[in-house]
Design a protein around this ligand. Structure first.
Ligand code: AMP
Ligand code: MG
Length: 440
């Protein structure tokens, strides 16, 4: 059995970013760019009207500053319209936002500055303009003012957020070189498991880990590959494991502790998976297994044996699998692990004697102070508390009692759980001390 920090160090030292892939721009949303994006156009691509009004020659207005100027409207230009007509002295164009400025014109007088009865003037008519605040070049976005063709508008390493996606589209990048999306095979083991749409018979248990882990994988922008359930028979597990080893990560749940049917470590060995650790001093999640399969012509497959108990499985996912997925996806170090915060306890809790404990809690900020309320939790098979949690209280080993008002560490789950929470299951534990269950 190893310490949590040691286990995390092993994962960090083992996982390496997948080679970036060329992908469609929209598919790369939220991922890290692996190469600069260079624009093939100026932005704006031409001098663009930024108001609805009249495209004028500035000199015509400046010459008669402060008085009404009458101009001949020679053409109507809506966005998308182009003209070969030039605006000469004494003339203007009726123009709408987004249209290219006609030759000769260099400023837009907003339609509100036209004398009211001439505001609707179209080509062929005369408009009378009075603009007290007229400045040369007003309401025109000049060609290339934002960026030039040939300029790198997005740099490798940037995240493709919505703004960056829009900019890439404007720059003509329909496909981009961006971080790969890790492919994560998910296998549940256990002869007792039945699918969620079955009513479990006596001795049977619904497979909650399968959908839970798939959701957790998808929320990290990785691709879940559900492999269903393998019964506790060596051939069944081995066949499914062989299939899962083709993915970047194999997440298997159940069968990793020390029971008669905990066949998984032996099967991993037979499949050539090198064990890097088995069992971590942690509650819940002690039985967790981690290893690596080297592949001749691809990146190695990372293999996790998660505990069968659902709450343990999810805690192990958040602590161990999350950083592995983040690293494979090329994310920066500060995004590998759940963020941590100090908070004050709302109700007392007792640490376990022998292992660090992770307890589901609701974290709220009141008057700038973070307050953590432990949620009722009956142990490692109980998902009720975790489903309502937005944090995990992290208590060190040593059996210490933490009182209301004490400062504790919380790992934040809020990015993956509903921030508003739901009172139905989010009810706080009673004031009694919540002590972690014996068999986690
Ligand atoms: P195991 O780690 O295989 O000994 O399983 C520990 C406990 O977790 C047992 O009560 C199993 O029935 C339960 N369990 C294992 N796999 C799942 C699963 N996929 N969904 C729900 N419970 C599970
Ligand atoms: Mg089992």
């Amino acid at each position: 059995m190893i310490e949590l920090a040691e286990a995390l160090a092993i994962i960090e030292a083992t996982a390496v970013p997948l080679p970036p892939r060329r992908q469609r721009l929209l598919d790369a949303s939220g991922r890290l760019l692996a190469a600069d994006i260079v624009s093939d156009v100026d932005s704006p691509p031409w001098d663009r009207a930024m108001m609805d009004g009249f495209a004028v020659r500035g000199e015509d207005l400046l010459a008669r500053a402060g008085s009404v100027v009458e101009l001949d409207v020679v053409v109507d230009l809506a966005a998308g319209d182009v003209t070969s007509l030039a605006v000469s002295t004494g003339c203007c164009a009726r123009i709408m936002t987004g249209a290219p400025m006609p030759a000769g014109a260099d400023a837009v007088v907003p339609v509100e500055c036209a004398v009211e009865e001439t505001r609707a003037t179209h080509a062929g008519g005369k408009v009378r303009l009075l603009d007290d605040r007229f400045r040369p070049g007003q309401h025109v976005a000049k060609q290339g003012a934002a960026f030039r063709a040939g300029q790198a508008v997005l740099a490798a390493g940037q995240t493709l957020g919505p703004g960056a996606i829009g900019l890439a589209a404007e720059a003509g990048a329909t496909h981009v070189l961006a971080a790969a999306r890790p492919r994560v095979a998910i296998l549940s083991t256990g002869s007792e498991l039945v699918p969620a749409d079955a009513v479990p018979g006596f001795g049977q248990t619904r497979n909650s880990n399968g959908p839970m882990i798939a959701a957790a994988v998808a929320l990290l922008d990785a691709e879940p590959i559900p492999l269903g359930v393998a019964a506790d028979r060596p051939e069944a597990i081995r066949a499914a494991v062989a299939q899962g080893l083709a993915a970047d990560i194999l997440l298997l749940s159940g069968g990793v502790s020390a029971g008669d049917l905990d066949l998984v470590p032996g099967i991993f060995r037979l499949c050539g998976v090198e064990k890097l650790f088995h069992k971590v001093r942690l509650k819940p999640g002690k039985p967790v297994w981690f290893g690596l399969l080297h592949r001749p012509s691809a990146s190695p497959t990372l293999v996790f044996g998660l505990p069968g108990n659902p709450a343990s499985s999810l805690v192990c996912f958040e602590l161990f699998v999350r950083p592995a997925i983040r690293i494979l996806a090329g994310r920066p170090r500060e995004e590998w692990h759940l963020p941590r915060s100090r908070a004050r306890l709302e109700t007392p809790v007792r640490a376990a004697e022998d292992r660090p404990v992770y307890l589901p809690c609701r974290l709220a900020t009141t008057a700038g102070r973070a307050l953590a309320t432990p949620l009722p939790w009956t142990g490692s098979s109980d998902l009720l508390g975790l489903a309502a949690a937005n944090g995990l209280i992290a208590l060190p080993a040593g059996g210490r009692r933490f009182d209301a008002g004490d400062e504790i560490d919380v790992a934040l789950l809020s990015s993956i759980h509903d921030e508003s929470g739901h009172a139905a299951t989010g009810r706080p534990a009673s004031a009694r001390s919540v002590s972690p269950q014996k068999r986690l």
